[in-house]
Design a binder for this molecule. Structure first.
Ligand code: FES
Length: 59
């Protein structure tokens, strides 16, 4: 499923970036350009970050 339409980035690519050490939106922007054009994908992309897991388990 595409997460970032502007740059053609899908969820698998984001998960792979996270497994390779991406920890923040800044990291995803650097590696995949996610969120660097229109920004509409940022909320969805954040869900794949490790910090989102931590927030979910607390809630
Ligand atoms: Fe990701 Fe536009 S959808 S920057």
């Amino acid at each position: 499923m595409y997460v970032c339409i502007c740059h053609g980035v899908n969820d698998k690519q984001i998960k792979q970036a996270v497994s390779q050490g991406a920890q923040s939106m800044r990291d995803l922007a650097k590696t995949l350009c996610v969120g660097t054009k229109c920004g509409k994908c940022v909320c969805q992309a954040r869900e794949y970050l490790p910090s989102a897991d931590a927030k979910r388990s607390v809630a």
